[in-house]
Design a protein. Structure first.
Length: 169
């Protein structure tokens, strides 16, 4: 019996702090110097990968999974850790004011993002631009209300499909 290396058990390539941090860099770059707090970045990250959940939005980057709206509740720590990773590599700026901690892209952020040339990076760039155009001007309360009013619907279509399949006709 061989002991499993502890790092192998914890590997999370999907929605890891690194991946979430990188996605946030795309959004902050698209925001052209605007600052955002953690709560706004959590909403932006959800909207970035599940853009198809928004009427008229581009096709989602990630698959539609049941109860995906709950991601908003569990991503806080992962995105926060991702932001810390990006900050430790000087890929974003962190400022403090009366409202709390705010994050912002720097010249290094844009330069780094420009180096990423994969199809996925191109898709992230396009959706980050869409997120900022659609939601960037919203006040925090308005964005929060939008997310709250819709989170229960996102992923609920799987419940309806399961209920229909369980019907005995």
């Amino acid at each position: 019996m061989t002991a499993e290396h502890p790092h192998h058990r914890k590997a999370r390539p999907f929605n890891s702090p690194l991946e979430c941090g990188l996605r946030v860099l795309f959004v902050l770059t698209a925001a052209h110097g605007s600052r955002a707090d953690l709560q706004r970045l959590i909403a932006y990250d959800y909207l970035l990968v599940h853009s198809g959940d928004v009427m008229g939005g581009p096709v989602s980057l990630h698959p539609s999974v049941p109860f995906r709206g709950t991601e908003l509740l569990v991503k806080r720590d992962v995105i926060s850790a991702g932001l810390d990773e990006m900050f430790s590599r000087e890929l974003l700026q962190k400022t403090f004011d009366a409202s709390g901690i705010l994050y912002c892209a720097t010249e290094l952020t844009a330069a780094f993002i420009a180096l990423l040339k994969t199809d996925y990076a191109t898709s992230l760039r396009e959706r980050a631009d869409w997120v900022i155009k659609k939601f960037g001007e919203m006040q925090d309360e308005e964005l929060s209300r939008f997310m709250t009013n819709n989170v229960g619907r996102w992923g609920a279509e799987f419940d309806r499909l399961t209920a229909v399949n369980d019907l005995e006709l």
